[in-house]
Design a protein around this ligand. Structure first.
Ligand SMILES: NC(=O)c1ccc[n+]([C@@H]2O[C@H](COP(=O)([O-])OP(=O)(O)OC[C@H]3O[C@@H](n4cnc5c(N)ncnc54)[C@H](O)[C@@H]3O)[C@@H](O)[C@H]2O)c1
Length: 434
């Protein structure tokens, strides 16, 4: 089977490389030529654990992968096309921007020669895959293709493992033929007893948004509980741990912090609600989650600012972690960056260090002073903010930090240290929810 992947980002590249591991021949297409030039030289455009090795293996050893910027030329003898282009929020709106999805669908349509399955891997609102079908059937006969919704659930930072060992694979189809093709593609996972769930196309599309919105709800919920814990002398970590032991609730996504960020949750929560509203359904819980999470980093910035009597002018603050989560260099909608901007707007000088996200952050915000180690970023600083729980921040030499900081205070937005251990060293400590 010959597979084409359109959109070589976090999802497209991981999907293609993992399918190549299964033995398939892959052509990757992207409109970003610089990205493709780097990939052809075995240089991955982003940081993701394990991806460099897979890229090198399939580019240079198995030679199962090829890169191209020409979608039309790449369609020859293709059996399956995965569309994995970005679907960001529209500027100033909550809806998903489907421009790229429809653009590539048109181009695919003009170049189908043999029977082909067109798969939406991108996260798209319910009804989108059917629109793609309409677009394609304007150009070619309906029996020459099928459309499928196959949403992706991988997480940046553990993307390869997530793709190779998913909790489930969702295949939304409307024909037996395309369902069989998809099942064949995922056979190696089926053999590892991964649940492969066949649904309608619309159901598959909604599963993705409902899943992300539900996880976002857990985060927003525990963050509000954390606020209550803070004013009532309770400890949110103990609350979350005890809640999580209830198997009906589960322990994941109950870590209180600065709010959810990243390239998926914020935009997907908004798009889920706006798609529903267009269909006449108000998702009031999802709206509340979105509103609560939008306020979260501002609340955190207020809390930090209050500590300095709301006089942040020329106060130097050190920010550890710029990516929206550890083990990725992705800073899209990172709460860390939102907090940094908020503090800078109030007059603070922000020194920052991140193990991998410096380059991306520099492109987005140049008012931050960037450093190459956590300790360098702490010199002459009036306080330390731990914003992303990279492993290397868990093992900081706190004695050294205390000596370097002008004022030894830590705002630990990820609860990776404790009040007890830091206070013992003479460091003031503010965690979340206690
Ligand atoms: N990143 C994640 O963790 C994740 C997880 C699950 C699902 N998703 C979804 O997968 C989709 C892709 O996300 P991503 O993070 O990989 O995005 P990304 O921004 O990393 O990559 C998208 C790629 O598509 C390319 N592209 C855009 N328009 C194109 C066009 N017309 N022709 C060819 N290439 C084009 C871009 O150049 C870019 O390389 C989104 O819908 C996202 O919501 C993402």
């Amino acid at each position: 089977m010959k597979i084409l992947i359109v959109g070589v980002g976090y999802v497209g590249l991981v999907t293609g490389l993992c399918l190549s591991e299964f033995g398939y021949q892959i052509i990757f297409v992207d409109k970003n030529k610089e990205k493709l030039d780097n990939l052809k030289k075995s240089k991955c455009p982003f940081y993701e654990p394990g991806i460099d090795q897979l890229l090198d293996k399939h580019l240079n050893e198995t030679k199962r992968i090829n890169f191209s910027s020409n979608l039309s030329n790449s369609m020859k003898n293709i059996d399956i096309v995965f569309i994995s282009v970005g679907t960001p929020s529209r500027r100033l709106e909550d809806e998903a921007d489907l421009t790229s999805v429809f653009e590539v669908s048109k181009e695919i349509a003009s170049n189908i020669n043999n029977y082909c399955v067109i798969v939406t891997k991108s996260t798209v609102p319910v009804g989108t895959t059917r629109k793609i079908k309409e677009i394609i059937s304007q150009q070619i006969n309906k029996n020459k293709f099928d459309v499928v919704s196959n949403p992706e659930f991988l997480r940046e930072g553990s993307a390869i493992n997530d793709f190779m060992r998913p909790d489930r694979v969702i295949i939304g189809t409307e024909s037996k033929k395309s369902e069989e093709v998809m099942k064949e593609i995922y056979r190696p996972l089926f053999l590892k007893e991964t649940p492969i769930i066949s649904t309608s196309i619309e159901t598959a599309e909604i599963i993705k948004y409902a899943s992300n919105s539900f996880l976002a709800t857990k985060i927003a919920f525990i963050n509000e509980v954390a606020d209550l814990c803070e004013v009532s002398g309770a400890n949110v970590q103990d609350v979350a741990k005890a809640m999580g032991l209830d198997r009906r609730i589960g322990s994941k996504f109950l870590n209180a912090g600065p709010g959810y960020g990243g390239s998926c949750f914020p935009k997907d929560v908004k798009a889920f609600s706006s798609t529903a509203l267009k269909a006449g359904i108000k998702l009031s819980i999802v709206d509340a989650v979105n509103n609560s999470n939008k306020l979260r980093p501002i609340k955190i910035a207020n809390k930090i600012s209050n500590y300095y009597n709301n006089e942040l002018k020329n106060v130097v603050l050190t920010l550890l972690g710029l990516s929206f989560k550890p083990n990725t260099d992705d800073i899209r909608d990172s709460t860390s960056i939102i907090i940094a901007k908020e503090l800078i707007n109030r007059g603070a000088i922000v020194n920052a260090y991140d193990p991998k996200a410096k380059y991306n952050a520099q492109k987005e915000i140049n008012e931050i002073k960037y450093f190459d180690s956590a300790y360098e970023a702490c010199y002459q600083s009036n306080g330390l903010i731990i914003a992303t729980e990279w492993n290397e921040f868990r093992g900081l030499d706190l004695n050294k930090i205390k000596k370097i900081l002008v004022k030894p205070v830590i705002f630990d937005l990820r609860n990776i240290y404790s009040k007890k251990e830091t206070n013992l060293l003479g460091i003031e400590y503010f965690g979340i929810g206690s």
